[in-house]
Design a protein around this ligand. Structure first.
Ligand code: TPP
Ligand code: MG
Length: 454
């Protein structure tokens, strides 16, 4: 890292960039930066090439395509059932004999990746569509069997014979089209073979289309692999061919759980960043999903860049250490390294011990209960004014999501009927309780029309 010799000048440049980003958008920002870097290179400055991007999600929260609350809850329920069954399949087999082994952690850490694919993206052969091709990470097979059980495609007896298929009726340890021709599309468990075969398969689909032999234009090839698996030479060996041949029908999903069977993938480095550099360098479009939505408010408040700095300087070994300990440890070792950072997150609950809140708790405990009685009474003995809503004569508009499960749409209609100046109820299709946050466009349009009509 170079030293910042003139922070004021740096700030000016960053402010200028912020303004272009806010008013002219990301494309213009990228164009300007590209021009500036090209100019610096023309003038002979050795501007280093960086194939990696910051250690945060590539897609910012406001650009995320979110499921609505009901769909999210349903997906979660299905995922929980599948995850549980996957675990039970392996544990049951181990009761039979510990020799049967089987992987538990792989699917547990990749379940969301698979389930989002199965529920929203993978296409089965249907009509004119030849179907997508899936290269499932070999040792995630229990999760795929568990899904098939939930779908009614496999029986309990079959699950009980996980890895006991020799006498018939059982399930192969890993994806095996020869043993289970009706079930598995591609063999993958010898690590590295899935990814390289996926590249050639995607190219073959392009070939069929180019030769006019089959319409494969809508078919995708999905390859699921582990981060440890990328150390196999085959995994990365042909990736430059994929970009050279412009295989936009190919998607690699790499589950970076930072670990493999016998330890961390990179204890002293960052596998996500390393892979991003390798794939971007080879011309791939890389989308990282590193942090869960719980981090969004923290990242949004990271005006100094200190949080990002901390996220970037920690190596995988440290992240695994944090994950294995409790919140108090994370507070101390991760956030606590920089007092300003700790201060920034102090308001948000992390861990069990919260020194900053202890003083408040002590104050509340010390307070005479009687002193709170009038406060409670004022709250509890309030007049019910719903009968007087008609006295409000100002023009009003009620905006309500059609999918609001907290407050039913009929309540919005009742409210509008009670307000004398109500101009109607705007129903926001598909929105839940916070329609202004989830569906800003129709909500803003309704407010604008309403204001213009006054
Ligand atoms: C070529 C090859 N070598 C070794 C193995 C044994 N093996 C199975 S899973 C695994 C570790 C996989 O780690 P990773 O790819 O990170 O997947 P995870 O278990 O974390 O999901 C190994 C070494 C294998 N399947 N294939
Ligand atoms: Mg792994």
């Amino acid at each position: 890292m170079l030293e910042d010799l003139d922070p004021a000048e740096t700030r000016e440049w960053v402010d200028a960039l912020d303004s272009v980003m806010a008013f002219e958008g990301a494309d213009r920002t990228f164009f300007l930066l590209d021009e500036v870097i090209a100019e610096a290179r023309r003038k002979g400055a050795p501007v280093p090439f960086s194939a990696t991007t910051p250690y945060v999600n590539t897609i910012p929260p406001d650009k995320e395509d979110r499921l609505d609350a009901r769909e999210l809850a349903l997906d979660h329920r299905i995922r929980s059932l599948i995850r549980w069954n996957a675990l039970a399949i392996v544990l049951r087999a181990n009761k039979e004999s510990s020799e049967l082994g089987g992987h538990i952690a792989s699917f547990q850490s990749a379940a969301t990746l698979y389930d989002v694919g199965f529920q929203h993206f993978f296409h089965a052969p249907a009509g004119q569509h030849g179907g997508d091709l899936l290269f499932i990470q070999g040792h995630s097979s229990p999760g795929i069997y568990a899904r098939s059980f939930v779908e009614g495609r496999l029986t309990e007896d079959q699950l009980k014979k996980f890895r006991m298929e020799v006498d018939g009726g059982g399930l192969a340890s890993y994806p095996h089209p020869w043993l289970m021709p009706e079930y598995w599309q591609m063999p993958t468990v010898s690590m590295g073979l899935g990814p390289i075969m996926a590249i050639y398969q995607a190219r073959f689909l392009k070939y069929l289309a180019s030769r006019g032999l089959a319409d494969t234009s809508k078919r995708k090839v999905w390859a699921f692999l582990g981060d440890g698996e990328t150390d196999e030479p085959e995994s990365l060996g042909a990736i430059s061919m994929a970009s050279r041949e412009k295989l936009d029908n190919l998607i690699f999903v790499i589950n970076c759980n930072l670990q493999r069977l016998d330890g961390p993938v990179r204890g002293n480095g960052k596998i996500i960043q390393e892979l991003e550099g390798v794939f971007r360098g080879a011309g791939w479009n890389v989308i990282k999903a590193v942090w869960g939505s719980g981090w969004d408010p923290l990242i949004a408040r990271d005006f100094t860049g200190l949080l990002l700095k901390r996220m970037e300087e920690c190596v995988d070994g440290e992240y695994q250490d944090f994950k294995s300990k409790d919140g108090a440890y994370v507070r101390e070792k991760f956030f606590g390294k920089y007092p300003e950072l700790l201060e920034m997150v102090a308001a948000i609950i992390i861990g069990n011990r919260r020194p900053e809140s202890a003083a408040w708790v002590a104050k509340w405990k010390a307070r005479e209960p009687q002193s709170l009685t009038p406060v409670y009474r004022t709250l509890m003995d309030r007049d019910d004014v719903t009968g007087r809503l008609g006295e409000i004569r100002a023009p009003a508009l009620v905006i309500h999501g059609t999918e609001d499960v907290a407050i039913d749409l009929s309540r919005a209609e009742q409210l509008c009927a009670k307000l004398s100046g109500c101009r109607g109820v705007v129903r926001v299709d598909g929105a839940g309780h916070a329609s202004n946050l989830t569906h800003p466009e129709p909500v803003n349009r309704a407010i604008e029309d309403f204001l213009a009509s006054l």
